[in-house]
Design a protein around this ligand. Structure first.
Ligand SMILES: C[S@@+](CC[C@H](N)C(=O)[O-])C[C@H]1O[C@@H](n2cnc3c(N)ncnc32)[C@H](O)[C@@H]1O
Length: 420
């Protein structure tokens, strides 16, 4: 993609590669272009992107212009001079703030620039309010509380890759409270099966779904809001997503919020009960999402799923093996990997015999942080033999697609497959 064609810019989450893969998956490799360490250009207008379904982007902004320089002094001069003319177009009192990505500017200096902007807007006769600047980027709570994503307010983003810099205006920001509410408030949780973060569940679903060709709202006059807790509508239904390791149902929940039909199974009857209870609870909050629902007990290595020809997508976090707080000795680790690998191999063979060719799967599978590198499931080297093709991304490598936190032994490798 030519950067000149970019209409919006996404600010990526803690693991930028996951956010890039997600955008590439949904909008196509040629419509996205990573920019610097923490951002990605998108060819679509921000309002045409269903931001709420993105787990890997924390902000989405409309690109206003390319700045004349990456030097803060020049940027400051430019935005302070341009501000009054743009502020005049806004009705009523304007609230604003500035966030900077990819430039090493002390927060004090950013606050100083914001103050100069405020003064120049005020001098032009416009009523204006500046939010407090404590860090180089405003916290999402500050942006949401001050309603800076509304079109009559501004969160101005200055985003740079060190060589060029862009000015953008935030349209959407991740609502951390909404994620916590649907994560922590669920009636049935189980720390032992490991908690799949809802954002990661969204990424897994988005990688499994693939390109959203023309299925989103392209009409920017139908403005979406970030704060409304309305379901994420997707005209692509009925897409039926199967999670064969559903656990407490986090992935099914996120799929339901995207209005997909859901089908879950798990070998543990208790987990099936938990998923049913959690989804029932979600129903109370969002009564109109997901028409079809089925959850049953089943061992993924041998289960026969109901009407497998109607399963369009498989998305799950699989069994990650026993939780490990430190790296075991190599004999113990080899044993763990052998057993978990066998389960995955059998599962892939079993499901491969039931789903249609062309079915897409995104599996978060375990990978172990060894002394020097990640140790992968050996089955990943034999995918072709068991009838799968691994999806490749243009902007990220396989090795980048590992969800991992510092100090964790078991990470999750995001494996996107297509059934041959
Ligand atoms: C890592 S958890 C998945 C957690 C789930 N994504 C969630 O958010 O709660 C793995 C799940 O796989 C299930 N499991 C383990 N072996 C299985 C098998 N052979 N077939 C089906 N499910 C299995 C476990 O009961 C557990 O619920």
């Amino acid at each position: 993609m030519e950067t000149n064609n970019a209409k919006s810019i996404a600010i990526l989450g803690r693991q930028p590669a996951l956010g890039i893969a997600e955008l590439e998956s949904l909008y196509g490799a040629d419509s996205v272009q990573p920019f610097g360490d923490s951002a990605c250009f998108v060819e679509k207008e921000a309002c045409a992107i269903d931001f709420k379904r993105l787990g890997g982007s924390v902000r989405l902004a409309t690109i206003l212009l390319k700045l004349p320089s990456t030097k803060w002094h020049d940027i400051e001069k430019f935005i302070v001079a341009a501000a009054p003319q743009h502020a005049a177009k806004v009705e009523g009192k304007l609230s604003f703030g500035i966030s900077v990505y990819g430039l090493n500017v002390p927060p004090k200096q950013i606050a100083h620039t914001a103050l100069l902007m405020k003064k120049s807007i005020k001098a032009s006769g416009k009523s204006v309010r500046m939010v407090p600047h404590k860090n180089a980027t405003l916290g999402s709570a500050v942006v949401l509380y001050n309603k800076l994503t509304r079109s009559d307010n501004w969160e101005l983003l200055i985003v740079s890759d060190g060589k060029t810099a862009y000015l953008a205006q935030t349209n959407f920001i991740q609502d951390i409270d909404a994620y916590s509410a649907r994560d922590q408030a669920r009636p049935k949780r189980d720390a032992k099966v490991g908690m799949l973060p809802p954002k990661l569940a969204q990424i897994i679903i988005n990688l499994s779904v693939g390109k959203l060709d023309g299925l989103e709202n392209e009409d920017c006059r139908l403005e979406k809001t970030t704060n409304k807790s309305s379901p994420i509508l997707n005209p692509q239904s009925p897409v039926r997503i199967l999670d064969p390791f559903c656990g407490t149902g986090v992935l099914l929940q996120e799929a339901m919020l995207m209005d997909y039909d859901i089908y879950g199974s798990d070998v543990e009857p208790r987990m099936v009960e938990y998923s049913i209870a959690n989804l029932k609870w979600l129903d109370g909050l969002y009564p109109n999402v997901g028409d079809y629902r089925r959850i049953e007990i089943g061992d993924a290595t041998s289960h026969h799923w109901n009407k497998p020809e109607n399963i369009t997508i498989v998305a799950c976090e699989t069994y990650l093996g026993q939780p490990l707080s430190s790296l075991p000795n190599s004999e113990h680790l080899s044993k763990i990997i052998y057993e978990v690998n066998l389960l995955h191999h059998k599962f892939l063979e079993n499901i491969g015999n039931q789903i249609k060719p062309g079915t897409r799967l995104c599996l978060a599978v375990p990978t172990w942080r060894g002394k020097h590198e990640f140790l992968h499931l050996p089955t990943l080297d034999h995918l072709t033999e068991i009838g799968y093709t691994r999806n490749k991304y243009k902007h990220v490598s396989d090795e980048d697609l590992i969800y991992h936190r510092e100090g964790q032994v078991v990470g999750r490798e995001l494996l996107v497959l297509i059934k041959n």
